[in-house]
Design a protein around this ligand. Structure first.
Ligand SMILES: CC(C)(COP(=O)(O)OP(=O)(O)OC[C@H]1O[C@@H](n2cnc3c(N)ncnc32)[C@H](O)[C@@H]1OP(=O)(O)O)[C@@H](O)C(=O)NCCC(=O)NCCS
Length: 189
């Protein structure tokens, strides 16, 4: 496992350690109801500060995690993309998931997919993972569209997310998977 926080450059983006100046932008993003449409609710400023600090610490400790994403041309922080080992009770744990959340002005440009491709590469080539999963509410079409662009394959079975209350529209989740072998053989590498 890596120790130093890894910084990656893609064509248009930098994936890097979090900076203090990212936090207010992150908090604004997490207060945007459109960004948080597929989550039980927006985050408070305090929750966003906690999230950002956790991300910063995990990257510092492991060298990988949920990276802060910056647009190279404008130097704007636009959200996070990265890898995470969930600790909640999931039917497919232990696993490493890939996930993303970008501010609204950064949607529709291919940024999530571009950053995620780099995270898959780190996961398979540097961390030696055999599989990376991703999961989202079955109504979160934009998110599973990213999974499909990455060449991930949807499990036939959905599952009930343990952190979402029974009966809530966001409780049913789909799972996508990508094996190292499929990643190596795919054109999405
Ligand atoms: C999920 C999320 C990151 C997806 O963002 P997105 O911008 O739709 O996804 P991508 O970055 O892959 O961009 C793809 C879009 O950019 C377009 N695009 C424009 N220029 C592009 C370029 N140069 N290269 C690639 N795609 C480009 C694509 O055509 C596609 O548009 P379409 O959806 O209209 O077909 C975003 O909706 C989000 O942050 N949502 C809120 C948080 C969330 O729900 N996270 C997931 C929780 S599990």
């Amino acid at each position: 496992m890596m120790q130093e926080p890894v910084t990656m450059n893609t064509g248009r983006l930098i994936l890097r350690q979090w900076k203090p100046e990212d936090v207010p932008v992150f908090a604004d993003m997490n207060e945007d109801p459109e960004v948080m449409k597929y989550f039980p609710g927006p985050l408070s400023r305090q929750q966003s500060e906690g999230w950002a600090e956790n991300c910063r610490q995990m990257l510092g400790k492991q060298g990988w995690g949920l990276w802060a994403v910056e647009v190279r041309a404008s130097e704007d922080f636009i959200g996070f993309v990265g890898l995470h080992a969930p600790t909640i009770d999931l039917p497919f744990n232990p696993c490493v998931e890939i996930g993303w959340r970008l501010k609204r002005s950064a949607w529709g440009k291919g940024y999530a997919t571009e950053a995620a491709r780099e995270c898959l590469r780190i996961g398979f080539e540097q961390l030696g993972l055999n599989e990376i999963v991703s999961f989202t509410s079955i109504v979160n079409t934009p998110s599973f569209a990213v999974m499909e662009r990455l060449g991930m394959k949807r499990d036939p079975d959905s599952f009930q997310h343990p952190s979402v209350p029974p009966g809530h529209i966001l409780r049913e989740h789909c799972v996508y998977r990508l094996s190292r072998l499929d990643w190596m053989q795919s054109g999405t590498k």
